[in-house]
Ligand binder design. Structure first.
Ligand code: ADP
Ligand code: MG
Length: 358
């Protein structure tokens, strides 16, 4: 099902939470909605689900005006961060729930329901859990069951709101890969909400970056990473270092900076800012550089350095410890970023406030 959202706005009291969202989700696509907490992601999902209504705008799904349809007519599969499975029902009954509560005329036969649940248990790799109750499951297993329940009704659209948000990093990585496989088999048009850029990029066909109720950028992981559309997107990609530079002919210049590895940008000449990630900066010895090493810590895998200039500005640099050059406190080093995003002073500013992770 193709989802087309146009000019969608929504306020709660005096606070505008969605500001003119235009978005098209292709049939069968897995789209990630990525943005800091409070950027309006859940509000947008709730409107698609029919749990809330916008003040303005359109929502058309497969040619049908969904704002004229009540929630129960939309056939949405919804998985939340904290999905309350029915504690008194086993896994099998939880997954079957959406089918068993249908009015008699629309309800599949018990044999059909059983077959659907069997297929889902296999697809989701939870056959062995069928008779268990939610209290006997791990967090990751519960979310698999929650997804089974959402898929059982053969949803026209699947909405996942930070479904792995409460789980450990390692389990999340497994579930991500698993969800991608499930999506490839079911082909449901899916919107996956997250504030984790790695999760969004690894999972999705396309990523929509949201900031403060607006879409900041839409693209593939590589497009957004290589060409962030604004300082806000760059910062959200982890470019937490904002280095004042002079831009000339699309090149960034500053004392102690060798930006020759960065492609030229199209920003206007004059003062600007170069946004950098601590893990994408190479360091070369340079006695003339204003940047001196003032901290040097090791995490075992990485060297964590702090460089300070005579004005007291500080930059964090993380290098893999193996293969790193010998670096001592007080060394003067030139910054050679391998990745960066440059914006001239008149460029769009960051959406405020920026919360880089929850
Ligand atoms: N029912 C509500 N009443 C008032 N404000 C709300 C309501 N729901 C959400 N908000 C506000 O709208 C903004 C966006 O919220 P939300 O859509 O939940 O963002 P996200 O999911 O990106 O974290 C937040 O500032 C939040 O406090
Ligand atoms: Mg949310």
């Amino acid at each position: 099902m193709t989802i087309t959202i146009t000019g969608m706005s929504k306020s709660f009291d005096a606070t505008q939470v969605l500001r003119g969202i235009d978005l098209k989700v292709e049939d069968g696509e897995l789209l990630a909605l990525l943005g800091p907490s409070g950027s309006g992601k859940t509000t947008l999902l709730r409107i698609i689900a029919g749990l809330d209504w916008p003040d303005a705008g359109q929502l058309v799904v497969a040619g049908q005006d969904w704002l004229a349809l009540p929630a129960q007519k939309r056939r949405i599969g919804f998985v939340f961060q904290q999905y309350a499975l029915f504690p008194h029902m086993n896994v099998r009954d939880n997954i079957a729930f959406g089918l068993t509560v249908r009015p008699r005329a629309e309800r599949p036969s018990q044999a059909e329901i059983d077959a659907t649940v069997d297929n889902l248990l296999t697809l989701l790799q939870i056959d062995h859990l069928a008779q268990r109750f939610p209290s006997q499951l791990s967090g990751g297993q519960r979310q698999r069951v929650a997804l089974g329940r959402a898929l059982a009704i053969q949803p026209s659209v699947l909405l996942l709101d930070e479904p792995f948000g409460a789980l450990d990093a390692a389990i999340r990585r497994d579930l991500r890969r698993w969800l991608r496989e499930v999506h490839e088999k079911t082909g449901s048009t899916t919107i996956f909400v997250t504030h984790d850029q790695e999760e969004a990029f690894e999972l999705a066909d396309r990523v929509v970056v949201m900031g403060d109720g607006e879409i900041s950028q839409i693209g593939t992981a590589d497009e957004i990473y290589d060409h962030p559309a604004s300082a806000f997107v760059a910062q959200f990609m982890g470019a937490v270092i904002a280095l004042p530079v002079t831009l000339r002919g699309g090149r960034a210049m500053a004392p102690g900076l060798d930006a020759s590895a960065l492609p030229a940008c199209t920003e206007a000449d004059g003062p600007g800012t170069l946004y950098l990630r601590p893990d994408s900066i190479m360091l070369d010895p340079d006695p003339a550089s204003p940047w001196a090493v003032t901290r040097r810590d090791s995490t075992g895998t990485d060297l964590r350095l702090v460089l300070t200039d005579p004005q007291g500005a500080q930059i964090d640099v993380d290098l893999p410890r193996r293969g790193a050059p010998t670096i001592a406190l007080g060394d003067r080093l030139r910054l050679r970023p391998l990745w960066g995003a440059m914006f001239s002073e008149g460029a769009p500013l960051a959406a405020d406030p920026i919360q880089l992770s929850a």
